[in-house]
Structures are given as C-alpha cells and as structure tokens.
Ligand binder design. Structure first.
Ligand SMILES: Nc1nc2c(c(=O)[nH]1)N[C@H]1C(S)=C(S)[C@@H](COP(=O)(O)OP(=O)(O)OC[C@H]3O[C@@H](n4cnc5c(=O)[nH]c(N)nc54)[C@H](O)[C@@H]3O)O[C@H]1N2
Ligand SMILES: Nc1nc2c(c(=O)[nH]1)N[C@H]1C(S)=C(S)[C@@H](COP(=O)(O)OP(=O)(O)OC[C@H]3O[C@@H](n4cnc5c(=O)[nH]c(N)nc54)[C@H](O)[C@@H]3O)O[C@H]1N2
Ligand code: SF4
Ligand SMILES: [Mo]
Length: 688
C-alpha cells in the first residue's frame, strides 16, 4: 500500500483529532514515513500535552485493521471493488432511490469523528445537493439539547472564561476524561485560586481536582438549580442592575423558584441544605467571575432541556454572562460557509421536525431515532437509502436491535469508516475514509475566537476525504454545482477568503489566528441574541410551541425512589450509561491494543453497599435487565461514597458488551427529543 507523503523529511505542525479537541501535534517525518508524533508546545490551548489517545495516533492510523480498499457485499460476502466502480455504482443507486422515492427517501448521516465544524457543513451541503431534507448525525444525542436550552435563555452558547474565573461549576461533566486540554487549564487555574465545584451522581476521575463535590440524583439538576435561584433571590445575592436592564421574566422566575426550599431540594435531589447553601455562596461571592460548564450528564435525561435552562438562569441571574471571568459569548469568524443554504425549499419536512421543532430550529437536522423508525415503517414517507460517514450507530444509538433491523432493511446503505465496524458490516458498500492526517480543514482551535488549519500529512489512493467523496458522487449524477472546488485545498482557500487569510499563513501555525479580540459586555450595545434581545427567564418562543414558558422542574419518569428499601430489595437501579473514558472515543479505539489492553471490556460501577445487598463482589458477573432485555456485565465495586446508592454506571462503545442493546430510545426529553441515556431503569441480578 503506497502512502504518498506531502514532504519526505521534516516536521509538520498540525492538530490531533483522536477526539474533538484538536490539541497541537508535531508530526516528525523521515524518509517518507512517520517517525513519531509529539505534542506541540507552541500550541496555546494544549501547551504540548497529549492525552493517552493522542499518544496512540500512529498505532490507530496505521493499524493493521485499517480499511484500505472499497468493499462491496455480494451474496453476504465482501468483495474488493475498485474505487471508480464503487463510486459509479453508488451514484447510480443513489439516483435510482431518489427517482423512485423522491430525494427525501435518501438519508445522509454524519458521525462524531467528523466533528461539528467544516465536516458537518459539508455533509449538510451534500444533502442539499442531493435535495434531501434528511441530513442527520450523532447530534440527536450530543450537545444540541444543552445548547438549545442555554440559548433559549442567553441567546448564544457561552465558553467558560477559565483564566479569569474565580469559580467554575461543573455540572455533569468529567473534563479529565472528556475535555483533556480544558481540564489542564482548570487544574492550573486552581493553583492560583480558582474554586471548582463538581455536581455528579458519581465521583469521576476529576473529583480530586475539585474543592467541593456535590452528589445528586440523576436527572434532578433542575431542582438544584431552582433551589440555588431561590436562595440567590432571597438573600439578594443577584445582580439587580443587570436584571433590570437586560432580563425578561425575573418576577415569574422568582415566584416559581420560591417553591424550591432547601427541604424540597433535598427531597428531589438528595443534596442537603449545607451543600445547597455552599453552592449558592460560591457563585454569588465570585460573581460575575463565576463560570459554568454543562456536560452530557444533565443532557441525556428525559427532563434535561428545562433542567439546563434552570442552570443557565442561575448564572444569568448573577450577571456572569459576557463578563470577565464568567461565561464568554464568542463571536463568529465571518468565514465563507461550507454549509448549505439555510433558506432553501425542502422537498419534504425532515423526519422529526414536527415532533421536535426546537431540535430542528436549533440544528436543522432530522432525528436519528425517528429516522430509524421511518426506515422500518415508511412513515411519513419511505426512507430507503443511507450514506453514513464517521458514525457507528450500532454501538452509539440506543436500542441496537432496532438500529440493526432498520439499517439492514435499506435498499442502499453506504458506510465510510477507517475500520470495519458493527455498523459497516450491515452496509452494501464500505468505503475506506481518509483519517485526520490525510485531510486538511479549517477548525476552531480551542482558544476563543481562534481558527487554525489542519495539515494533510499523506494520502493513499483509495482513502479519499469526505469532500472528494461527495463531489465524486454528485459529478456522476450531474449535480455538482454546489461542489465547484477541485479539492479540499481549493475549498479551504475559499472558506478563508473573507478574512484575507491564505492557507500558507495558517499552515504550520500552532498559535492559530484570532479573528477578533475578546470583548466583554457586548450586550450593552448589541443585546443578547434571544428574540427579545434580553436574557429570557421566560420564553415566549417555547410557550408558543406549547412548552413551559419557565424552566419548570418535572421529575424524570425514569426515577423511582432510590431510598425506598423495597425498590432496592427488588434490585432496581438507575443506570447511567456512557461516562467517558480517557482511552476511548465512544466506539473508537477498542481495536487498538495500546489503548484497549488495560480495559478490554465494559465494567458496571456500583457502590460497595449496593453490591453487598446484591451479594456481588468485584469481577462477578451481573445480569442487567431493562425493558428491552438483558446483558451480562462484569462488576467494578467502588467505595460507598463514589457513586450514589441505587445508581450504577456502564460505559458505551464496546462490541463485547454493547450497553445500547438494553437502552430504550423512546423515553425522550419532550422539548429536544434527546433520549434518556443516563437514567435507564434496570434490575440487577447476580448472574448464575
Ligand atoms: N475520552 C473521550 N473524550 C470525549 C468523548 C469520548 O468518548 N471519550 N466524547 C466527546 C463527546 S462527543 C462528548 S458529547 C463529550 C461529553 O463530555 P462530558 O459531558 O464531560 O461527559 P462525561 O465525561 O461522560 O461526563 C458526564 C458526567 O455526567 C454524570 N452524570 C450522569 N447523569 C447525571 C445527571 O443527571 N446530572 C449530573 N449533574 N451529572 C450526571 C456522569 O456520571 C459523568 O461523570 O466528551 C467528548 N470527549
Ligand atoms: N449509551 C450512550 N450512548 C451514547 C452516548 C452516551 O453517553 N451513552 N453518547 C452519545 C454522544 S454524545 C455521541 S457524540 C455519539 C457518538 O456516536 P458516533 O457518531 O457513532 O461516534 P463514534 O462511536 O466515535 O463513531 C465514529 C466512527 O467513525 C470512524 N472514524 C474515525 N475517524 C474517522 C474519519 O476521519 N473519517 C471517517 N469517515 N470515519 C472515521 C470510527 O472508526 C468510528 O467507527 O454517541 C452517543 N451515544
Ligand atoms: S484530548 Fe487527546 S485525543 Fe483529544 S485532541 Fe487532545 S490529545 Fe488528541
Ligand atoms: Mo457527543
């Protein structure tokens, strides 16, 4: 297999994309092969540090498992096929699907490995060129719910101003596993006095870097946030002047939050009055320099949207938005967009738009769980073809049986990946994709308002990048007007043009390019980007759609009374799934021995007291039973205070113990449509 290097010898400075954080790397090349890859010290975001995944780039990209040739399914066997023939056949079949069912009969699915920037834009542009409204992605399960919730209050999604903050409240995230460079920044700032509070039903690896850890019941964040709001208002610890000038709905919020007394909060969340008081005081004392970070913990819940609105409201109340040390509202770069024309006429409504209009308004995508139903039942119209790239929904979407059945039922299913995954195995064509070292793209480099350009290090003949793939298909269909650029390099030149930046200026530049200096308090002139231009504690937009105007707390339908001894006796638990592990990215890298050797299978975390009550100990096997079925998993017993009573945690992404098999996909947040991946009611029984 020939690898064609861009340079034969030398060092290229570029960015890691083993996860979405883009830490700076230096790729050392000698005699047209990669010698080593090290952290790039000049990169201001990662400062030369790499996480464990960043230390396994070479092993991953040059893994013996890597797909290097296109494959076609023939009589349930894989056959190698030339790239040209594969593209000809895929284009012809795509055209046939569109002709028979209309463009909406074809879906495009982009996964997490391609990220949310330029690659997302391109996938959307590809869908527009095909005419289909059914572009979808991992974002049915990722970040859109929390972003839409926060945006309904603040108008845009903030970034914590860590360097200048006096406190940061981490609400259901584990930055050490999931946001490695950000965790380093928090740990460093803590040495200069930053106070860190972590709110999580389980103690994660980050707990030792915090000043206060608050354990709360899963899916109860809204009640805690409303309790804080009540205290802030009662004690007059909020920013009255800010609220008067820049907020809508204060009196309604104050009236509603009044119900969330310390007693009620404790009942709903398990958080006692001292912790509640401490949390309110930390925020109030450091305001406006109090930052917040919301992770997928509160988001993967059936009541997550309103819980997260309440969290954002806490920080707005204290005036911690768009102020030094609080939460920055970054401005856009003003680049040319590789995305689609958002005002285009759609052939049909995308799947899910009618049921989850807030999700659609915020993200312009179809809903994957519902699209899988459509593949099976043809409602509201047939969806018979799918082009998927950089995703592994057999592992990462809930209800695996449904996912497999739906994908297997398609007339055309094309998967693009680096590896033969459980999802790719169901496809008609599997195309080898270019890895992040084999393509160049404009990225946000982690520092606020800063962009950078990743560098292509080498290429292989058949592993083309997404841009080339989309263009090749569309050219064959005679519909490539939206893809006029010869290749990604030409495309990148066009994207950067409005800033007057050349690719050469950005290449090999580990600092990136800050397109605008950070400005605080731009709301003083420009207001907030909500419909009213103010912070919205009450949302007319949501009310018009039939949702609560206020961030009303409704207990999750998944919870039962965790203190109820009868429940515990029955072996009932709430299962959190998918807590991030530093060595994996979702379903990725389980096939890379350097990363997977130490964790070859998923482990169910349970506390010692609960384990004892079930008569199980470390390394025992338990049957985890949900309404969808049963999975047998090995147990990891934790200290009693390390995870709440009645709560267990199982990571996702393993082929040998796929937890998605027993997660229902139909218990969803009413507003955002996000499934409750982190409150699955299960029964545990010692395996016999
Ligand atoms: N190494 C690695 N890094 C990753 C990823 C990866 O797979 N691996 N994935 C990336 C992606 S796509 C994402 S979306 C991010 C996610 O990043 P994070 O949001 O930081 O995800 P986690 O590290 O799983 O942290 C979520 C925490 O929420 C807790 N939790 C569960 N339920 C609740 C609840 O109801 N309330 C509260 N307050 N906490 C709760 C869990 O116990 C867990 O510790 O990570 C990104 N980074
Ligand atoms: N139970 C449970 N399920 C979850 C979550 C959870 O917390 N709990 N989290 C959810 C979240 S937040 C997310 S974002 C999703 C992620 O879900 P997915 O989007 O399915 O992400 P991955 O599992 O990372 O799958 C990415 C695939 O892309 C391939 N790949 C890697 N690099 C490239 C590349 O450069 N090009 C191409 N074409 N392919 C590449 C990988 O080999 C892998 O097969 O999972 C969700 N699922
Ligand atoms: S956090 Fe790790 S995997 Fe993610 S970009 Fe940085 S080094 Fe790479
Ligand atoms: Mo995600």
């Amino acid at each position: 297999m020939a690898f064609n290097y861009e340079i034969d010898n030398g060092i290229i400075k570029t960015y890691c994309r083993m996860c979405s954080y883009h830490c700076g790397i230096e790729v050392h090349i000698s005699d047209s092969s990669i010698d080593k890859i090290s952290g790039c010290k000049e990169n201001p975001f990662s400062e030369g540090k790499l996480c464990i995944k960043g230390g396994a780039i070479k092993e991953t990209i040059f893994s013996p498992d890597r797909l290097l040739k296109p494959l076609k399914r023939k009589d349930s066997k894989w056959q190698e096929i030339s790239l040209r023939d594969a593209l000809d056949e895929i284009a012809a079949k795509t055209e046939a699907i569109i002709k028979q069912y209309g463009p909406e009969g074809l879906g495009v699915w982009k996964g997490e490995s391609l990220g949310s920037g330029q690659q997302r834009d391109l996938a959307h542009r590809f869908a527009q060129a095909l005419g289909t409204p059914n572009i979808m992605s991992n974002d049915t399960l990722c970040a859109v719910s929390k972003k839409a919730a926060v945006k309904s209050v603040l108008g845009s999604y903030p970034m914590p101003d860590i360097q200048n903050a006096e406190s940061i409240i981490i609400w259901g995230a584990n930055p050490l596993a999931s946001h490695f460079p950000l965790a380093q920044k928090i740990i460093k700032a803590r040495k200069s006095g930053l106070k860190v509070v972590l709110i999580d039903p389980r103690q994660s690896t980050f707990t030792k870097h915090t000043d206060h850890y608050i354990a709360l019941k899963p899916a109860s964040d809204g009640a805690l946030a409303l309790g804080v709001i009540n205290l802030l208002i009662k004690n007059n610890w909020y920013d009255e002047a800010f609220i008067e000038d820049h907020a809508l709905g204060f009196s309604e919020l104050a009236g509603y939050a009044g119900q969330f007394t310390a007693g009620r909060v404790e009942e709903e969340t398990g958080v006692g009055p001292d912790d509640l008081q401490m949390l309110a005081e930390v925020i109030a004392k450091s305001a406006p320099a109090s930052a917040f970070m919301v992770g997928v913990g509160p988001e993967h819940q059936d009541n997550g949207f309103n819980n997260i609105r309440a969290i954002a409201s806490v920080f707005a109340l204290c005036g911690c938005i768009d102020r030094k040390g609080g939460n920055l509202l970054p401005e856009k770069a003003g680049l040319n967009s590789a995305g689609p024309d958002s005002n285009r006429n759609l052939a049909a409504d995308p799947i899910g738009k009618d049921i989850y209009p807030v999700f659609y308004d915020n993200h312009r995508e179809a809903h994957t769980c519902m699209a899988l139903d459509t593949m099976l039942d043809g409602k509201p119209y047939p969806l018979r073809g799918l082009i998927l790239s950089g995703a592994n929904p057999v592992q990462t979407n809930p209800d695996t049986r449904k996912v497999k059945k739906a994908l297997s039922s398609l007339e055309l299913f094309v998967a693009r990946d680096l590896f033969m995954t459980e999802t790719a195995r169901l496809a008609d064509y599997v195309l080898p994709a270019a890895s992040f070292l084999e393509r160049s793209e404009v990225i946000a480099n982690g520092e606020p308002q800063t962009i950078a350009l990743t560098q292509k290090i080498f290429s292989t003949e058949d592993c083309i990048d997404e841009y080339s793939f989309y263009r090749s298909i569309l050219r064959r269909m005679g519909s490539d007007e939206l893809f006029p650029w010869k290749d990604s390099a030409e495309l990148n030149r066009w994207i950067l043009a409005p800033l007057g930046l050349s690719q050469e200026e950005l290449a090999n530049n580990p600092q990136g390019y800050q397109y605008k200096p950070i400005q605080y308090e731009s709301f003083q002139n420009a207001g907030f980007q909500t419909p009213s231009g103010k912070v919205e504690f009450t949302s007319h937009y949501l009310k018009e759609l039939g949702y609560h105007e206020l961030p009303v707390y409704e207990p999750s339908a998944c919870t039962f009374n965790l203190e109820d001894s009868q429940d515990l006796e029955k072996g009932q638990f709430i299962m959190i799934t998918g807590a991030r592990q530093a060595r994996f990215n979702h379903s990725c890298y389980h096939n890379i021995p350097k990363l997977s050797k130490a964790v070859p299978e998923p482990l169910l975390e349970i506390n010692a007291e609960d384990a004892e009550s079930l008569g199980i100990k470390d390394d025992d096997l338990v049957d985890v039973i949900s309404e969808l079925g049963s999975l047998t998993i090995k147990v990891l017993v934790k200290d009693t205070e390390a995870i709440m009573n009645g709560v267990v945690q199982v990571p996702h992404g393993f082929d040998n113990g796929n937890i998605s098999e027993i997660i229902p996909d139909n218990i969803r947040d009413q507003v955002s449509g996000f499934p409750a991946l982190k409150s699955v009611p299960v029964l545990l029984k010692k395996a016999t």
